[in-house]
Every structure is written in structure tokens, then in C-alpha cells.
Design a protein around this ligand. Structure first.
Ligand SMILES: *Cc1c(COP(=O)(O)O)cnc(C)c1O
Length: 409
């Protein structure tokens, strides 16, 4: 008799967003006619700029002609796109080879799949709170025990708290860990790691022969040029880190789908020589995946053109103005907020020590605003709340005005 992968039974997740949807539905059923203002979504909302649309259309047109038609492409991705990425990384002083970049259909698949090339006995460390994919994919792969309801943690995972007292960047793990997930700019806290903070983790990883998985999905939201946009800006990182990124948040490609992993040949782990880990990831991708869509890659090439990049930055600036409106608007009524200056998320401390879910209900009932409870991202998120700056300006303004006028604190 066939059986399932019973690790799926351990997943506590699938809980956060369905629960938000359930409570929202229930509210609407008892309050007909109310229009909700949504600041909960981690998804882009603004249309793609003209040069990116032209790039995508060019990709479509090539398929209509016998001489330009292309079927399967190179498994690592179009060489022109990898060359464009090399030029992009050069701007912040990082030099890469085309073999070190592997194009994919997004940062979520890559950040979920990357663990599969590492041994099942590796000890995993995650920031707490964190993007749920890191923990869930390791649960599915069998690197954890059961979920413990009292601690809110999976057995076997090392949770690195990120809180007010450490400025939302974790201390080094006290025990030896092997695989470390770091996300900067951070979803959900909006915090951005400094060079010095990343250097401590790079030094730890080199000393312990650990690997850092660096999720840079929001790197385009960094305004402050003193903050690193890539972990490879840190000396020594190429021997102990890989980096995952995508055009989802940079260029509104959440539905178009294009990402990449940078896996330096210098990255070595126990018992491997240079290039072996890089080769394993290419092997994994060429076995399970047949390359990103060629239409999408034409669109991605347009993002890295001079005009394309400027147009995409304009949209990023638009979202960051939303973030400023949210942050300033909440500060004005005395709420404590973090993030929102180099990341599209504002991380709000709930007033009067309310739990994240109590504040969710309060915001929904009093202000008709939907956000995301911090506790859904890990136990250290309890007592916090994530507001997203993705959205149309008029909705963001209405939501902030409603919070200012209606929230009872
Ligand atoms: C949105 C997001 C991504 C992007 O995922 P895609 O698959 O590229 O759409 C990756 N990491 C984090 C932390 C995110 O919030």
C-alpha cells in the first residue's frame, strides 16, 4: 500500500493565511457593506512599466517566427541574462562568473529547494520571526521533529530570536549549526543587516564550516548605500554563502516568475572540493526543472536595461513612499514601529501588550484594516504585527487615516 510523506503531518503552517481569510470572511458576513482596507499582502500591485512589457512582448514575438523560435534553453538560464546579472552585481563590487548564477522561476522555489542538496543531518538555524518557507521545507525534508505547541517551535531547528533588544538581527547561534537562513531586508520585520552584522555570521560560518542561505529578495528596496545589497559584499562570503533573489519584488514579477541563485564555486562543505556544491545545484535543477520561461527571461533582460531599471526603481520608490506614509502615520498616534525605511514592511509593536491575533481583531473591527499577525512568522513575532506597503496609494492613505481616527488605544 502506498503511503504519504508523513513529515507533512507535522506542518503547523497553512495556518496563518487561511486563518486571516477565515476571520476576514466572518467579519464581512456580520458587517455587510463594509469595505476592508488591506495592508496584509506581500504581493506587488502596480502595473509593469512599458520597457518591461516590450521585453516580454519581444519574447512572445520570437516564438512566432521560424528563424527566432527557441524551445528548451540552457538549463542555467539565458547567458545574456546571466551576463546582465554579472554587470548588476559589479555595481556593488561583487564579481561573479556566469557559471555561478543559475536562473529559476523564483526565490521561493529556490529557497525551498536548496536544502535538498545538503545532508539530512545538517542542523538548521533560522531567524525568528522568518518567512515560513525556510522552516516548512526542512520539516518536509525530515530535518526536524514534531511541532511543540508550548514553544511554537519545531524540535531540532535552532531559532535565532530577532527582537527589539538586538535590533532585529540575531546573535550568533550558541550551539554549532550547519545551515543558516538569513533574510535582509527582512520579511517580516523590515530590518536590514549592516556589513558588520553580516561579517559576524560569515566569520561564524567559516569557523564552523556552515553555509549561509542569504535571501535578498528585497535588495532593491535599500536606499541607504552603506547597507549591503548582497552578502558577497562581505569578505570571505564566497566560501560559505549562497544568495537567492528574484524579480518579484524588484520588478513586479510575482506572477511573471523569474529568480536566480548565486552559488560561488568557492563554496565548500565537508568532504567537497571547489565547484562541487555549485555542480550539485545545477544537477538538482536540471533533473527537477527545465529552465525558466524564455518569454519571462526576455522580460527580465529588459529589467536590467538602463531604462528598465530606472522604471522599476520608480515603482519601488512608490511602494517606499507608501511605507513612509504608514510608518509616520502610526508614529503620529504614538505606536512603536520598526522597518519601512529600507524595506517595504512596517513592523508594529502592538499597544497595551495585546497578542498579535488580539490586535488583528481590534484593527479589523475598529478600523476595517487587515494586516498580518507577527506570531504567524515564529514565536518571537508574538506581540507584533506586519503592515505591507504594497498597495495602491489611495488605499494606503485610507487605511492610515482609518487607524488614526478609529483605533482605540
Ligand atoms: C516575496 C519573497 C520572496 C520572493 O519569492 P518569489 O518566488 O521570487 O516570488 C522570497 N523571499 C522572501 C522573504 C519573500 O518575502
Amino acid at each position: 500500500m502506498a503511503t504519504i510523506n508523513t513529515n507533512y503531518n507535522k506542518l503547523a503552517a497553512g495556518y496563518l493565511f487561511p486563518e486571516i481569510a477565515r476571520r476576514t470572511r466572518e467579519f464581512l458576513a456580520t458587517h455587510p457593506g463594509v469595505t476592508l482596507l488591506r495592508l496584509g499582502i506581500g504581493d506587488t500591485t502596480e502595473p509593469l512599466p512599458p520597457s518591461i512589457i516590450a521585453g516580454l512582448q519581444h519574447g512572445v514575438n520570437k516564438l512566432a517566427n521560424k528563424t527566432t523560435y527557441i524551445g528548451y534553453g540552457e538549463p542555467e538560464g539565458d547567458i545574456r541574462l546571466r551576463e546582465a546579472l554579472i554587470a548588476h552585481y559589479k555595481r556593488f563590487g561583487v564579481s561573479l562568473k556566469s557559471t555561478e548564477i543559475i536562473i529559476s522561476d523564483g526565490a521561493k522555489p529556490d529557497s525551498g529547494n536548496i536544502q535538498s542538496i545538503f545532508g539530512v543531518n545538517n542542523v538548521v538555524a533560522v531567524q525568528d520571526p522568518a518567512y515560513p518557507v525556510y522552516v516548512d521545507t526542512n520539516v518536509i525534508a525530515g530535518r526536524t521533529g514534531a511541532f511543540d505547541k508550548t514553544t511554537g517551535q519545531f524540535e531540532g531547528i535552532i531559532y535565532m530570536p530577532c527582537n527589539e533588544s538586538n535590533g532585529y538581527f540575531p546573535e550568533l547561534p550558541k550551539t554549532k549549526v550547519d545551515l543558516i537562513y538569513l533574510c535582509s531586508p527582512n520579511n517580516p520585520t523590515g530590518a536590514v543587516a549592516t556589513r558588520a552584522q553580516l561579517k559576524r555570521f560569515v566569520d561564524y560560518a567559516i569557523a564552523n564550516r556552515a553555509v549561509i542561505f542569504f535571501d535578498a529578495a528585497y535588495s532593491a528596496y535599500i536606499n541607504d548605500d552603506s547597507l549591503p545589497r548582497s552578502i558577497f559584499e562581505i569578505e570571505g562570503a564566497k566560501s560559505c554563502a549562497l544568495e537567492i533573489n528574484s524579480l518579484s519584488k524588484t520588478a513586479g514579477f510575482t506572477g511573471v516568475r523569474c529568480g536566480w541563485t548565486v552559488l560561488p564555486e568557492a563554496l565548500v562543505v565537508e568532504g567537497t572540493e571547489q565547484g562541487r556544491v555549485n555542480a550539485l545545484w545545477r544537477r538538482r535543477q536540471s533533473t527537477f526543472f527545465n529552465g525558466a520561461s524564455n518569454i519571462v527571461q526576455e522580460g527580465a533582460l529588459a529589467v536590467f536595461s538602463e531604462t528598465g531599471w530606472l522604471e522599476c526603481q520608480k515603482t519601488v520608490t512608490y511602494y517606499m513612499e507608501n511605507a513612509r506614509i504608514i510608518r509616520d502615520g502610526l508614529q503620529k498616534i504614538g505606536l512603536t514601529v520598526y522597518g519601512g525605511d529600507n524595506a517595504p514592511y512596517v513592523w508594529l509593536k502592538t499597544p497595551n501588550n495585546l497578542t498579535s491575533w488580539e490586535f488583528f481583531d481590534k484593527l479589523l473591527n475598529e478600523c476595517h484594516v487587515v494586516g498580518t499577525p507577527g506570531s504567524g512568522f515564529g514565536p518571537s513575532g508574538e506581540g507584533f504585527f506586519r503592515l505591507s506597503s504594497f498597495g495602491h496609494r489611495e488605499n494606503v492613505l485610507k487605511a492610515v487615516e482609518s487607524i488614526q481616527s478609529n483605533l482605540l488605544i
